[in-house]
Design a protein around this ligand. Structure first.
Ligand code: DGJ
Length: 359
C-alpha cells in the first residue's frame, strides 16, 4: 500500500497528485458554485475570475445581468492622487455577466468599451469610468446605463449615460453632464414602482448626497432634486425599496480603504431620511467586513429576499478585488448584516438549516 511518503519517491505519482490537487481546487470554485463564498475568487462558467467591480444588478426576463467595472492590468498611483492613495487601472470598459441562478455567471463581454483612439473621450483609458448601473425602461424599451465619469485625479466629477437595445449591449455612449450644475461622483440609479427613475450620487465634493429625478426616457436630469446627508461625506450608494419604505445604504469616504456602512430609511425617495446607523454586526462590522457597498437587489421568486453586493477592494492590485454578497436580515424595518463565510439562497427559505456557514 502507498503511504504519504511513498509519493515523494515516485515522481510520476507526485506529479499526478499535484495535478489532482490543482483540478480539485479549481473544481471547488467552478463545478460546484451553488453557494456564495464572500471574499474568495469567484469564477465565471469558463473558469475565469469574474471582473465586474463597483457593479449593479438587473433582473430582466428570467435572467440576472451583473454589470461592473472591468479592472484589468497594472494598478498604479498617479502623482496627483498620492495624498489619498488613489490607485487606478486604465479604463478598459464595463463588463457584463448573465445568470439564471445567481451562482453560475456567463461572460457576456465588455458591453461598453474604452475608446483608446480619442484622448478627449470620456471613455479614454486615461479617464475614470466607475459604478455602472443599468435598468430597463419599458417606455422606450431601452436599457439605460448610468456611470461616474471622471479624469484620473477625480476632479471632473460627471455623470455619463449610455443606451442599448438588449441587456448584453453594445451600449451606445451618449455623453456626460454636471447634473444640477454640480459635481457627481459615486452614484446609483433607482427605479420606483411607478416607473419614475432617480439618480442618487455624491456631490459637493462628496459632502452632500443628491437625489435627482430623471426624464421619462431616463436619459436626462429634469432639474428636480434634493440634497441629503449634508456634511456627512458619503459615497458607494445603494438604494432599494421594501414594504413601501425606501432604504439608502452608503459608505464613508476613505478612498479604496474600507470604513463603516451607513443605512437610512424614508417614506419618500425625497426624504426626510431617518438614519439607522451601521447595519453590520460582529467582528469587522466597522470596516463593512473589509468591503464597500455597491448595490442591493431583490431575489426573484423568494419572499423578502434582498442581497447586498459589496467590493473588497485591493487597492495596489485592483484587478484582484473581491466580491462580498450577503443576505440582508430585517428586524422589523431595520436592516442587519452579519458576516457569513459561505451561504446559499436557501437561507431565504424557512427553515434554512444548513444553508449557512458563519466563519
Ligand atoms: C471610493 C469609491 O467608492 C470608488 O468607486 C472609487 O472612486 C474609489 N473611492 C477611488 O479611490
Amino acid at each position: 500500500m502507498l503511504n504519504d511518503l511513498s509519493i515523494l519517491r515516485h515522481p510520476a505519482l507526485l506529479l499526478l497528485s499535484l495535478l489532482l490537487a490543482h483540478v480539485s481546487s479549481a473544481q471547488t470554485a467552478t463545478a460546484n458554485p451553488k453557494k456564495f463564498v464572500p471574499g474568495e475568487i469567484w469564477l465565471d462558467t469558463q473558469g475565469k475570475p469574474i471582473n465586474a467591480h463597483g457593479g449593479g444588478m438587473l433582473h430582466y426576463g428570467s435572467t440576472y445581468y451583473w454589470y461592473g467595472e472591468n479592472k484589468a492590468g497594472v494598478s498604479w498611483l498617479p502623482e496627483a492622487n498620492r495624498k489619498w492613495d488613489g490607485y487606478r487601472v486604465d479604463v478598459t470598459g464595463i463588463h457584463c455577466y448573465s445568470s439564471k441562478d445567481l451562482y453560475r455567471w456567463k461572460d457576456q463581454g465588455l458591453v461598453l468599451k474604452a475608446v483608446p483612439e480619442d484622448p478627449a473621450s470620456d471613455l479614454h483609458p486615461s479617464k475614470v469610468v466607475e459604478r455602472p448601473k443599468v435598468a430597463f425602461n419599458p417606455l422606450t424599451r431601452k436599457f439605460v446605463l448610468w456611470m461616474h465619469i471622471d479624469t484620473a485625479d477625480y476632479q471632473t466629477a460627471r455623470a455619463g449615460v449610455a443606451v442599448a437595445d438588449v441587456p448584453t449591449g453594445p451600449f451606445r455612449y451618449l455623453g456626460s453632464t454636471k447634473p444640477e450644475g454640480a459635481d457627481s461622483r459615486d452614484q446609483t440609479f433607482f427605479v420606483d414602482d411607478d416607473g419614475k427613475a432617480y439618480r442618487i450620487y455624491s456631490s459637493e465634493w462628496n459632502k452632500a448626497t443628491y437625489i435627482s429625478l430623471l426624464s421619462d426616457d431616463w436619459l436626462r436630469h429634469v432639474g428636480r432634486y434634493t440634497r441629503a446627508f449634508i456634511g456627512q461625506g458619503l459615497e458607494a450608494q445603494a438604494v432599494f425599496k421594501r414594504h413601501a419604505k425606501y432604504y439608502l445604504i452608503a459608505s464613508e469616504c476613505t478612498g479604496w480603504d474600507p470604513n463603516p456602512m451607513h443605512a437610512a430609511m424614508a417614506d419618500s425617495i425625497w426624504g426626510p431620511w431617518h438614519e439607522l446607523g451601521n447595519p453590520c454586526t460582529g467582528p469587522d462590522a466597522n470596516t463593512t467586513f473589509g468591503s464597500q457597498s455597491t448595490c442591493v437587489f431583490q431575489v426573484s421568486g423568494k419572499m423578502d429576499a434582498y442581497i447586498i453586493m459589496a467590493d473588497q477592494w485591493h487597492k495596489s492590485n485592483l484587478a484582484d478585488s473581491r466580491y462580498v454578497w450577503l443576505p440582508i436580515e430585517f428586524e422589523a424595518e431595520t436592516p442587519r448584516l452579519e458576516w457569513l463565510g459561505r451561504w446559499e439562497l436557501r437561507i431565504f427559505d424557512w427553515p434554512h438549516g444548513d444553508a449557512v456557514t458563519r466563519q
